[in-house]
Design a protein around this ligand. Structure first.
Ligand SMILES: *Cc1c(COP(=O)(O)O)cnc(C)c1O
Length: 349
């Protein structure tokens, strides 16, 4: 099976497993986990922040930022298609008591004037506008990368209005590799950043939240409250260190494979690629299927019979994601499966 459902499906490489087995371990809750501490220092330096915190998931990293910054009743300004709105089980409401003010815009991006317009007047009737959340790359938006200038302008608008700027950077390294910029090109304009090791970076578990020392100390308390404080977690942190050392530059291969996959989809009758193969931003390819090919779920079921796994993301919309465990040869094999899955019902139509 060529698994294009997500870049979360990667298995640790033999070298990553060796690094995990060799890691010195301690007890992170008791404050003496050397490998977790090494990872946190490495992430803080990479993202240009005072401190970082290793956590079990990207959802926890985002929710710790929200819980550490916002009070119940506060409002978070974010794109309507944000991960925190669609895929975090309503956690901003459940864990922090927050509302989200959703903005529209192509590909999960928006403009500075929209942020300014979304800010509430200070009035006893209104929720307090507290946080601006920018997702980069933007998942549901298509693996979109924020252009640095647009990101800067939007983040600056938020900060001028007194908002805390948080980056949902689950795939921030994909954005950085796509543009050839350092993470600080984005993180320098934000207060906190989350980063996933278990997506394109290929680690089995874990994410980080980075920010000021004061904020991370507060988030550390909430990590304990949320049940995310771990013990010999250096075993897992070692995989993340290995991923940062060895799996960042190679994200360019995933992006090239995604563009090849997009070209195959664009050339297949009944499938409509979003954008063009040349403009696929990172490692995600989205397309819609002709109604005659059935629902996205039915199309994915046929694909699976031909050895390719993908997931439906919205009516008639399918997502495919390239990653560490998908080779160029796999893309060639996927092409045959895609044509077969699209041809089958075209004949029946
Ligand atoms: C995957 C993802 C997360 C975190 O997801 P977890 O499954 O909790 O690790 C957060 N934001 C975005 C944009 C993501 O794609």
């Amino acid at each position: 099976m060529i698994d294009l459902r997500s870049d979360t499906v990667t298995r640790p490489t033999p070298a990553m497993k060796a690094a995990m087995m060799a890691a010195p371990l301690g007890d992170d809750v008791l404050g003496d986990e050397p490998t977790v501490q090494a990872l946190e220092a490495k992430v803080a330096a990479l993202l240009g922040k005072e401190a970082a915190l290793y956590v079990p998931s990207g959802t926890m990293a985002n929710q710790l930022a929200i819980r550490s910054v916002c009070e119940p009743g506060d409002e978070i300004i974010a794109h309507r298609d944000s991960h925190i709105i669609h895929y975090e089980t309503g956690a901003p409401a459940a864990l922090a008591g927050c509302m989200v003010s959703p903005l529209d815009g192509p590909g999960g991006l928006f403009e500075a004037h929209q942020v300014r317009a979304a800010i509430r007047h200070r009035d006893q009737h209104n929720p307090l506008s507290r946080m601006l959340l920018l997702e980069n790359t933007h998942n549901k938006g298509g693996g979109t990368v924020w252009p640095v200038a647009q990101f800067e302008a939007v983040a600056a608008a938020g900060r001028e209005c007194g908002l805390h700027v948080h980056i949902d950077g689950a795939r921030l390294m994909n954005a950085c590799v796509a543009l050839g910029v350092a993470p600080t090109a984005f993180t320098g304009h934000a207060d906190t950043v989350s980063l996933c090791f278990s997506k394109g970076l290929g680690a089995p578990v874990g994410s980080a939240l980075a920010g000021s020392a004061k904020l991370i100390a507060r988030a550390r308390r909430f990590r304990k409250m949320f049940g995310g404080a771990m013990r010999q977690s250096g075993l897992l942190a070692a995989a993340a260190i290995h991923a940062l050392d060895h799996h960042v530059a190679r994200l360019a291969d995933d992006h090239a494979n995604a563009r090849r996959l997009a070209a195959i989809i664009a050339a297949t009758d009944g499938l409509v690629l979003e954008g063009t193969p040349a403009t696929v931003p990172t490692n995600m390819v989205f397309f819609t299927i002709d109604a005659r090919l059935g629902t996205a779920q039915e199309f994915c079921a046929r694909l699976a019979q031909h050895g390719v796994a993908a997931i439906g993301m919205g009516p008639g919309r399918v997502r495919m994601v390239t990653h560490l465990d998908v080779s160029g040869a796999d893309i060639d094999r996927a092409a045959d499966a895609i044509r077969a899955a699209a041809a089958l019902t075209a004949r029946h139509a």
